[in-house]
Design a protein around this ligand. Structure first.
Ligand code: AMP
Ligand code: MG
Length: 500
């Protein structure tokens, strides 16, 4: 029996459907039904997120919906059109080529949540591609979204991961999977760029008004609402990237179509948490010029904001000079917002109570030492809490990571002096605070890879283990110690490409 058209009554009544974005309709989006996924297997269901959303059932009706095999009751799925700057080059036509919004709901706490299936089949924006996502990249996105959330970094979330034996051709034949991801909104910088560069400037205001009404409602009735909204977006973006930097995260594909209007980490592809620290680490094997290397991320974020601001010019004033002046003022907010957030977070990682002159230098000297020694980023910062102000005893786990010991010992002496200068000499209290900001566990590539290989052979237990582990990244989890180790030599250089 085809059950696809039959809404599950219990499921339906449990949810508060609240279509809002879909109301924008054409030319912003197109109704598209998901392509059914054969033989779906639920790899993981994120029950805590489901509870937050007010979805308290993981039954078959829901699995069918999350596979794309049954519609969400009373909601017509949609795909959005966008464009974007990809690796610096303008691409005039992109869009949700394999993502569909399948529901918009109100959460029990009143917040909005949009649910998207990624990998649910072709759309009018697929540009000849298959609309599918492979299990490998779906596991990476699924795990990393939740790992970032648990780290406190703004991100889209993952509700479910469904696998299928359906073959998908990439460099080799792989199999399909569908992730249901969740965010208040998936609107991207590239949506504004699409209409601006086509000269369809009248289409910008309805999109901006939707975003403001739904997600920046305090600005909705302000006469300067567009400028204030853009200021907020620029500052959120700057703060987001400061968070990436201080946790050693490289996004890998910082194209403007992958930049969220809410300042969320969006579209996980060839991302990577650094194991060995390198200032210009490039995690995306397909990024031949290293455009999106670790130390370029802050400036790329700023450049992406400049692309958004250009697209927003017609919203700001009919007078071009005036619009340009407003945009310049907004753009100039990025750098100080970034610096404030970054130095505050680096200072927190060092256990400093306040930011003082010289702290930037202290941080960059440490990062230079880490870079030269190829030290493990996560482990070195985690172990830094073992430095004591009352003794010269070397902090175990830190000195071992460093090659230039004389320079490092000089740094530690200055660090101790800096701590004493703010009377920060309660070593145990400082260590406890540092352990709340320096994660012990991050989604290292080799950990994700192990979960992928197991799931590809039908064993989903490692995905579940990593979900549990990474939901508490700052906590000691004694039986999970091996997950905090640096990768073995043979797994240090896993190549992660754009292919997904
Ligand atoms: P991404 O690199 O995943 O951010 O994708 C860039 C663009 O290509 C987006 O517009 C995607 O929707 C589209 N895209 C990527 N992979 C596929 C695919 N397998 N089928 C259809 N569209 C895709
Ligand atoms: Mg994308």
């Amino acid at each position: 029996m085809d059950t696809s058209a039959v809404p599950d009554p219990a499921f339906h009544s449990a949810l508060s459907l609240d279509p809002c974005y879909a109301g924008l309709s054409a030319p912003y989006l197109t109704p598209v039904a998901p392509t059914p996924l054969p033989h779906p297997r639920l790899v993981h269901f994120n029950a805590p997120l489901a509870a937050e959303l007010g979805i308290d059932t993981g039954d078959q009706a829901l699995v069918d919906i999350l596979s794309g095999n049954r519609p969400w009751p009373a909601y017509a799925p949609v795909a959005s059109v966008y464009a974007g700057h990809q690796f610096g080059n303008w691409v005039s036509q992109l869009g949700d080529g394999r993502a569909l919004t399948i529901a918009e709901i109100r959460k029990p706490d009143g917040g909005r949540a949009e649910l998207q299936l990624k990998g649910a089949g072709p759309t009018p924006y697929s540009r000849g591609a298959d609309g599918r996502a492979v299990l490998r990249s779906s596991i990476r996105e699924y795990l990393c979204s939740e790992a970032m959330h648990a780290l406190g970094i703004p991100t889209t979330r993952s509700l479910s991961l469904v696998a299928s034996p359906e073959p998908v051709q990439r460099e080799t034949v792989e199999t399909a999977a569908v992730v249901c991801r969740v965010a208040p909104s998936f609107v991207r910088f590239g949506q504004f760029e699409f209409f601006y560069h086509r000269g369809q400037h009248a289409q910008l205001a309805p999109l901006a008004d939707h975003v403001i009404a739904a997600h920046f409602p305090h600005l909705a009735n302000e006469s300067d609402r567009y400028a204030r909204w853009l200021e907020d977006v620029v500052e959120r973006t700057a703060r987001l990237i400061a968070q990436w930097q201080t946790v050693g995260f490289c996004h890998g594909v910082m194209n403007t179509d992958n930049f969220s209007i809410l300042g969320l980490t969006l579209d996980y592809g060839p991302f990577g948490f650094m194991d060995a620290f390198r200032q210009h680490h490039v995690c995306n094997h397909s990024d031949y010029e290293g455009r999106y290397g670790y130390d370029s991320q802050p400036l790329i974020g700023q450049w992406n904001c400049s692309r958004l601001l250009q697209a927003a010019l017609p919203l700001l004033s009919d007078n071009q000079d005036e619009a340009a002046n407003i945009v310049t003022d907004i753009y100039e907010r990025y750098a100080p917002a970034y610096s404030r957030e970054a130095i505050r977070r680096w200072a927190d990682k060092l256990g400093l109570r306040e930011v003082r002159a010289g702290d930037t230098d202290l941080v960059s000297r440490l990062l230079t030492l880490l870079h030269r020694s190829k030290s493990d980023f996560t482990r070195t910062f985690r172990h830094l809490s073992r430095v004591r102000t009352d003794s010269d005893a070397p902090a175990t786990g830190v000195r071992e990571e460093i090659a230039e010991l004389a320079a490092f010992d000089a740094w530690v002496a200055d660090y101790r002096a800096r701590l004493r200068a703010e009377s920060n000499t309660d070593d145990a209290a400082r260590a406890a605070g540092m352990n709340r900001v320096n994660p012990k566990y991050v989604l290292r590539n080799h950990l994700a890879q192990a979960a992928i290989e197991r799931a590809e052979s039908g064993d989903d237990s490692e995905v579940a283990a990593l979900m549990r582990l990474l939901s508490r990244p700052y906590d000691e989890q004694p039986d999970m110690e091996r997950y905090a180790a640096a990768p073995p030599d043979e797994l240090r250089h896993l190549e992660i490409s754009c292919s997904s």
